[in-house]
Design a protein around this ligand. Structure first.
Ligand code: SME
Length: 160
């Protein structure tokens, strides 16, 4: 893999342009949130070979582990804690190029080096869940990931 920019000769944007219609079709064809999240994170995870890809869902004012791919992870995260809890509290996407430089990062796996967390936000501005993607390499994620992963998150909001 050349500097995280390509996998088997395809640029990151090309991989997303191929992946996005497939994931949106999976989501559009399903009415159950957990089923759609499960297939969405499987498709994303296996396209890019990330370390961990999954959702945390807001339940009773905490984030609770939802569908994911990868090693076992912490099951509950409080608002404001770690990257996930911060993205929830701030209702914004957080791109972390080096998790060791993020104060309060929750190390579910010692292999994690960088991550991106995107909130799923309803039309009233309420955060319903977050998508958390972890990489074993530094600086894996950028605005390209934020754009395409954001479209996937937005498509899932209607299933809540
Ligand atoms: N990286 C997250 C914790 C969740 S796991 O890594 C799956 C965080 O700091 O919010």
């Amino acid at each position: 893999m050349a500097e995280n920019l390509s996998i088997q000769g395809n640029s990151k944007a090309e991989l997303y342009q191929n992946l996005l219609p497939q994931v949106l079709a999976l989501i559009d064809g399903e009415s159950d949130l957990i089923a759609a999240m499960g297939n969405a994170c499987a498709a994303m995870h296996h396209t890019f070979g990330w370390l961990w890809t999954g959702f945390y869902i807001v339940k009773n004012d905490e984030l609770v582990l939802g569908p994911f791919q990868g090693p076992i992870a912490c099951t509950r995260i409080q608002k404001g804690r770690g990257v996930c809890g911060s993205a929830w509290q701030q209702a914004t996407t957080l791109v972390v190029p080096d998790v060791d430089a993020f104060a309060g990062h929750i190390a579910c796996s010692s292999l994690a080096r960088s991550e991106i967390v995107l909130p799923l936000i309803d039309r009233d501005g309420v955060v319903l869940a977050v998508l958390d993607v972890d990489s074993a390499e530094l600086a894996t994620f950028d605005e390209v990931d934020a754009k395409y992963l954001g479209e996937i998150c937005q498509a899932l909001v209607r299933l809540f």
